[in-house]
Unconditional design. Structure first.
Lengths: 318, 326
């Protein structure tokens, strides 16, 4: 039986944009009413092109970016309403792995110091540190010798293992993975993806897996949410989404993946134009200027996300 | 099809504190007229250095130590800088991975493209402007008249790459080197740029050397593929054979490690370890430490490229018995 671990309810984030003193305040709507839930031991993939708000959504969960409105419910509590002490308790259970492990580690600290930081921050007794450190390093497939090294002495793949070790050392329930393999080569990428799957089984983790690479998401995720200009346009089980995408944007996105199979029939929907600026989004359905199926209704009224054939889609035409 | 570019035993070394490092080691391949040849490999395998060596764009620490680059039967390695300047942009041009860093931020788009044309042809004034606008249109850039006066920072990544392509084709080159042209772009934009390259290739009758790490891009674009590993060519074959029937264990591993290929399987096959750096190359086969099929001979002897059939050659001892050495 699946239990819901984390639930996002119409989370919204507006960034104030530069505006002249006589203008009314301008906003960039980075995340606009995103809702989904993450179940225990589940991986949910969030995909979309750059600037669609997928990373901002991930950060809103941990309140690394303060959401403007909406609720993030974890263990029955709304994270957005907690004070600083309470949020720190939550962060013990929700951890994050970033895209570039070199940029997210202090180059002057050894791996031992880097991995000890979460332990110190969450007041784990000193006596347990050593055991936890060696356990965790082994769990991510490295030997204890690596604890004495500096980040620059390691390869990209090893550094990302440390990034993962830092996230799991506190035994969290949820790990938010923000493009965890985008900076890695294919052969190393597959090692890290396998590691993530092993850890999920062993530690019973749930992943919020943010990526622009649909191939990777198809491989790791159980459910996938597709974002476009700050909105969730479709969310469905992986198999359904990749085999029978309903939203025109999802269709285009999936058809744009270069196929490695030379015999596969290519029916590509090439999108016209580029992602509009989120500070000045189109009216109605935000996708309509690039959509090949667009009707008059799409230009004026915004489709709400609703349930179709057991999954959620935001499109007037399905 | 006749050969446009023949690279023979190209070896490029870089100076380092501990003596010269061989980054590209005896690379051979041929680009035929009208063909798209893929150069595939992971970071650090020497694919970009190979392309920079072809155009002699290496920095002061890099040097071609042996081998030849025959372009239409003339050896580019012996050319002087002055002679190379006539070839770059006019005969062979190049587009880079990161369009953000390859455009001059303080020149307008029109000025930058105009510069290339002025360098090679005697066109000026209104005629030059018309030519640039035509090129921008050819590159699929909307509102070309306005973009002419814009600065690069006003354009998106996809648009900048289109400008780079327009600049590269300004003088009707016979050969285009595209170094990871879509790696920095989103998938939907990548699809647009690949379509553009494909149509330009036919329209202008170009040959393309496409450098990429993405096997999906290879499948979409290339006629033949050269796979590189640790500075050496490990396999050369046509795209179909490569994807259907990879010969070298590295190529096989690379294909199996690609998530999209693994449909349905819960675990990806991965290659253990990582790409060695040039100072760690083993005396035998450079892939031996990571190879699931490694034999005793692999540890001590460097395998030559064995020809398997007319199309395919592979640097692996597994194919020793089957055919003679080329």
């Amino acid at each position: 039986m699946t239990t819901t671990l984390l639930e996002l309810k119409s989370v919204e984030k507006k960034f104030a944009a530069k505006s002249a003193w006589f203008q009314s305040k301008q906003f960039v709507h980075a995340v606009n009413g995103v809702s989904f839930e993450l179940n225990e031991r589940e991986t949910i993939g969030i995909v979309g092109e750059s600037g669609c708000g997928k990373s901002t959504t991930g950060r809103c969960v941990l309140r690394l970016i303060e959401p403007t409105s909406g609720e993030v419910i974890f263990q029955g509590k709304d994270i957005t309403k907690l004070n600083k002490n309470e949020i720190n308790q939550i962060r013990k259970n929700i951890q994050m792995v970033f895209q570039d492990p070199m940029a997210s580690m202090n180059p002057k600290l050894t791996i031992r110091e880097i991995l000890s930081e979460p332990l110190i921050a969450h007041k784990i007794p000193r006596s347990e540190h050593e055991k936890l450190l060696s356990e965790t390093v082994k769990l991510v497939g490295l030997s204890e010798n690596y604890l004495a090294r500096f980040p620059h002495e390691m390869s990209g793949g090893q550094r990302q293992r440390i990034g993962i070790a830092r996230a799991i050392i506190l035994k969290p329930k949820i790990v938010i993975l923000d493009e965890p393999v985008s900076a890695l080569d294919v052969s190393v990428q597959s090692q890290i993806l396998n590691l993530l799957q092993d850890l999920q089984e062993e530690l019973g983790l749930s992943y919020l897996f943010i990526s622009h690479d649909l191939g990777v998401v198809e491989h790791v995720a159980h459910r996938v949410g597709v974002m476009y200009l700050g909105e969730m346009v479709e969310i469905a089980n992986k198999e359904e989404l990749f085999e029978n995408p309903l939203h025109p944007y999802t269709k285009a996105l999936i058809s744009a993946i270069p196929k490695t199979d030379p015999d596969e029939v290519k029916e590509r929907i090439t999108l016209k134009g580029e992602l509009p600026s989120p500070s000045n989004p189109p009216t109605g359905c935000k996708f309509h200027p690039r959509c090949i199926f667009a009707q008059d209704i799409c230009k004026t009224s915004k489709p709400e996300i609703r349930e179709v054939e057991g999954r959620k889609v935001a499109c007037h035409l399905v | 099809m006749s050969n446009l570019l023949v690279v023979n035993g190209l070896t490029t070394q870089f100076e380092s504190k501990n003596g010269p490092l061989t980054v590209v080691d005896g690379v051979d391949f041929t680009l035929k007229k009208g063909e798209v040849l893929g150069l595939v490999g992971e970071s650090g395998c020497g694919k970009s250095v190979t392309s920079l060596s072809i155009l002699q764009l290496l920095d002061k620490y890099g040097k071609i130590s042996s081998g030849e680059v025959l372009y239409e039967n003339t050896n580019l390695v012996n050319k002087t800088e002055k002679e190379m300047k006539k070839i770059r942009g006019k005969e062979i041009s190049m587009i880079f991975q990161d369009p953000m860093n390859s455009l001059n931020p303080v020149l307008t788009i029109g000025k930058q493209i105009g510069e290339v044309i002025e360098k090679h042809e005697k066109v000026k004034g209104a005629k030059l402007k018309q030519k640039v606008v035509d090129l921008l249109n050819l590159g699929g850039i909307p509102r070309a008249d306005e973009i002419f006066h814009e600065y690069p920072h006003r354009l998106s990544g996809g648009m900048k790459q289109r400008v780079m392509i327009a600049m590269a084709i300004a003088c009707n080159p016979t050969m285009l080197i595209a170094d990871e042209p879509t790696t920095a772009l989103d998938v939907t934009i990548q699809a647009q740029i690949l379509d553009l390259l494909r149509s330009l290739k036919d329209e202008l009758d170009m040959s393309i050397l496409l450098i990429t790490h993405d096997l999906g891009v290879v499948a979409e674009m290339c006629d033949r593929v050269v796979v590189m590993y640790a500075g050496q060519v490990v396999e050369t074959t046509d795209t179909r054979t490569l994807l259907r029937n990879p010969r070298h264990p590295y190529t096989e591993g690379l294909i199996q490690a690609t998530p999209h290929q693994s449909k349905g399987k819960s675990r990806l096959k991965s290659i253990v370890g990582q790409v060695p750096t040039p100072d760690q190359y083993s005396p035998g086969c450079r892939f031996a430490d990571r190879c699931p099929k490694a034999m005793d001979i692999c540890q001590s002897n460097v395998p030559p490229l064995f020809e398997i059939d007319g199309q395919t050659s592979c640097r692996c001892w597994l194919y020793e018995m089957k055919e003679e050495v080329i």
